[in-house]
Design a protein around this ligand. Structure first.
Ligand code: SF4
Ligand code: SF4
Length: 447
């Protein structure tokens, strides 16, 4: 049977068998990379998605044979280094994903290569620090320390030193730390009665995330205010650790498992008690919805959490479909350039944020669906920063061309990168940056 072009069935994703002995076998990894790279070279659909594919195609095209067998195995690492595991090639482009017999899962072979690299101790202090969001956040938000850390992050000479010593690009924006952590200052719910809908549980548990807890608590407060306003009782998850996405990107799967073991028991009991679980950062939502179930397919608690997990706008739009949402808005927002981050796209929930923003009167929404170039910790690394800004350029341009009053992205870090890119373009306009939850809170007229 000759393999057909593309799938006729919906894609399925096989779990990652990361505990199998051959998973860390470098020769077996190279064999699988060679197989997939060869298919990609003949296909080339993903050439514009990120740096991994152009790097691969250049390596092959410039080799002696102009085929994959002409590329040195050591050079495969150059392809892996350009992948920040956004999953877009798998979820949006590739016609050869399972159940197609070619069984192409490009991000999973990249993740395996990162795990093999990590298992050999091939990582730096910088890699460890950038991916320890919880530990660094705890330390950086201690009073007095927080002012010193923020001052250093904003100081060009200190950043030059940091670039030299640690390899964090001096020009890359680093998020300032908040003086008060979200989880210690979050107000209690107004305690409305629970109204379950056909699509939505009537009570919500909020998983704060490291970024909201330590860096931008305002987004978390906006989520809580909206929940109070739409009469949904909420609770914070009693204790939480990092979702594990940064460690996944590093290939440190043992640490991912340790974080899973901290988070899942508390989250699973909330899921079983009938809570919807919301996080305001798409990468963390994706971690619980898709990545952990692929790493731990036999864990019933991981599955229960995945099923209870909602993107906030997925929940709000489903609440509206349930006939349980107040859609009375008291103010329009003007022109909003809204960016759909990769980790929201690959959740396969449709553009729920755009849909909710379009409910708001006197508001026009320009939607840009393309990688912003931040990509977790990847885009702040010295060796990738310039390429990351190039990846983001079309997004910066299309967001700015709309002459927006606001720029917005579900991913608060991507929004900062876009703001940075627009500022560097030399435009005199400086649209305000606001998270979609902030915009919704404003449209509801909530202070
Ligand atoms: S997962 Fe994302 S970054 Fe990695 S190869 Fe695919 S599109 Fe590129
Ligand atoms: S990942 Fe799939 S769509 Fe992308 S280049 Fe490879 S074979 Fe083609």
């Amino acid at each position: 049977m000759s393999p057909r072009e593309g799938n006729l069935q919906a894609p399925t994703r096989h779990p990652l068998d990361w505990r199998a002995p051959e998973f860390y076998d470098e020769a077996a990894l190279h064999q699988e990379q060679e197989r997939i790279f060869n298919i990609c070279h003949g296909c080339r659909r993903c050439v514009s998605l990120c740096g991994a594919f152009p790097t691969l195609f250049d390596l092959i095209d410039n080799s002696a044979t102009m085929e994959i067998d002409g590329v040195a195995k050591a050079d495969y690492a150059k392809v892996v280094d350009q992948c920040y595991l956004c999953d877009l090639c798998y979820m949006t482009k590739c016609p050869y994903v399972p159940p197609h017999p070619w069984n192409v899962d490009f991000p999973h072979v990249m993740l395996r290569a990162k795990a093999v690299k990590f298992s050999k101790g091939d990582f730096t202090l910088r890699d460890r620090l950038l991916t320890s969001t919880d530990a660094v956040g705890k330390l950086a938000t201690i009073p007095v320390v927080v002012q010193a850390v923020n001052a250093a992050n904003a100081s060009p000479p200190a950043r030059k030193v940091m670039e030299k010593v640690l390899g964090v690009a001096a020009d890359a924006w680093l998020p300032p730390y908040a003086e008060r952590r979200f989880r210690s200052a979050a107000p209690a719910s107004l305690g409305w009665p629970v109204r379950d809908g056909a699509r939505t549980p009537g009570k919500v548990a909020v998983f704060a995330t490291c970024y909201i807890n330590y860096n931008e608590p305002g987004i978390g407060y906006d989520l809580l205010k909206i929940l109070d306003h739409i009469r949904v009782p909420y609770a914070l998850v009693a204790s939480e650790a990092c979702c594990g996405m940064p460690k996944l990107e590093l290939g440190d799967l043992t640490r991912v498992e340790a974080l899973k073991d901290v988070n899942i028991p508390a989250l699973a009991s909330l899921a079983k008690a009938g809570y919807a679980i919301l996080t305001a950062v798409p990468s963390c939502t994706l971690m619980f919805k898709q990545e952990l179930p692929l790493l731990f397919p036999d864990d019933a608690d991981v599955r229960a959490v995945a099923e209870a997990m909602f993107d906030p706008f997925e929940y709000i739009v489903a609440r509206e479909r349930d006939g349980l949402l107040d859609r009375t808005f008291t103010r329009g927002l003007g022109k909003v350039s809204y960016h759909v981050p990769c980790h929201a796209r690959v959740q396969n929930i449709g553009q729920k944020t755009r849909e909710a923003l379009e409910w708001i009167p006197d508001t026009s929404v320009n939607t840009v669906e393309r990688c912003s170039g931040h990509d977790g910790t990847w885009g702040v690394k010295r060796e990738f920063f310039e390429g990351a800004m190039k990846i983001g350029e079309p997004v910066f341009r299309r967001m700015e061309e709309f002459e927006p009053d606001y720029i917005s992205s579900d991913c608060p870090i991507a929004a900062r990168r876009i703001e940075e890119g627009i500022a560097q373009s030399g435009t005199e306009r400086s649209p305000r940056r606001a998270h979609p939850l902030t915009l919704l809170r404003m449209a509801y007229g909530i202070d």
